[in-house]
Design a protein around this ligand. Structure first.
Ligand code: SF4
Ligand code: SF4
Ligand code: F3S
Length: 273
């Protein structure tokens, strides 16, 4: 994919914590500089771009003059015409209306962008929504997680490039528009604590010797059986090439269902000790 003809990418920020950007900045295979300098042409990204103010706005408008992919991070506040989220005097809703419908494809990155995330948790005072809900006719691929594994974004970006540049079919998605390659199995399916689950060996508390020995965290609140994601196989924070060093359940924390819609409302309480 490394070429002079790198696809342009516009990366929008909405209502969010920027943890999804933090996650991609820790990508290690390839490193972020390879991604944004060799694979794509990142035209606009408020967290890491050098431009500010009018120069930044110009960069966004210039980028929209040629074909582009869009990555959206963060939920879109929609209540009261979107006044609860503004950038440079424009509502996030208006910025998305200008950018998303014209994109070759849009990747909603992170659970805020895919399903509204914590902003959309009851009572959702700002009317926060995921990108797909606001733009049902746009070509959207959802890469949820709070934060998502950056490897899943990288794979999705590459697949989207293959689609829009090389005319390959879109990656296969589930009914929530998540790539099956990354979200086709539950966390539970590949969990290293699964043998203990199958033997009815459940850790009685987080600080128990059984938890440290790898017993299942289900009775402490783990939502792995209801959550589709590849955390046990890809893990997080790779030191170099290859899989990451750990993931929540390996570290002794239950899966809280962070890649599922409305998980703040439907998966809580997260702890059942
Ligand atoms: Fe932050 Fe999670 Fe939203 Fe990403 S999905 S911006 S990590 S709250
Ligand atoms: Fe399943 Fe969670 Fe137990 Fe792992 S710790 S086996 S994901 S219930
Ligand atoms: Fe999220 Fe569960 Fe993975 S909480 S990071 S889907 S282990």
């Amino acid at each position: 994919l490394t070429s002079d003809n790198r696809p342009s990418v516009i990366w929008l920020h909405n209502a969010e914590c920027t943890g999804c950007s933090e996650a991609i900045l820790r990508l290690a295979n390839p490193y972020i500089d390879t991604l944004i300098l060799d694979v794509i042409s990142l035209e606009y990204q408020e967290t890491i771009m050098a431009a500010a103010g009018e120069m930044a706005e110009k960069a966004l408008h210039d980028a929209m003059k040629k074909p582009y992919l869009c990555v959206v991070e963060g939920a879109i506040p929609t209540k009261d015409n979107g006044i609860y989220g503004k950038i440079g005097g424009h509502t996030m809703l208006d910025i998305c209306k200008k950018v998303v419908p014209g994109a070759l494809a849009t990747i909603a990155y992170g659970t805020c962008a895919t399903y509204g995330g914590v902003q959309a948790a009851a009572p959702n005072p700002t009317g926060a929504k995921g990108v797909d809900e606001v733009f049902p006719k746009a070509t959207i691929i959802n890469v949820p997680g709070c934060p998502p594994n950056p490897v899943n974004l990288l794979g999705t970006v590459v697949a989207a490039i293959e689609t829009v540049v090389n005319k390959k079919p879109l990656p296969k998605l589930d009914d929530l528009k998540r790539p099956l390659a990354f979200f086709g199995e539950t966390v539970h399916d590949k969990c290293e604590r699964l043998p203990f689950f199958e033997q009815d060996k459940f850790a009685p508390s987080f600080d128990s010797k059984e938890a440290k020995e790898g017993w299942c965290l289900y009775k402490l609140g783990c939502k792995g059986p209801y959550t589709y994601n590849n955390c046990p196989t890809k893990k997080f924070n790779p030191l170099d090439k290859g899989v990451g060093v750990s993931w929540p359940v390996q570290a002794g924390h239950p899966c809280i269902g962070c890649s599922e819609p409305k998980f703040w409302d439907t998966m809580s309480p997260f702890y059942e000790e």
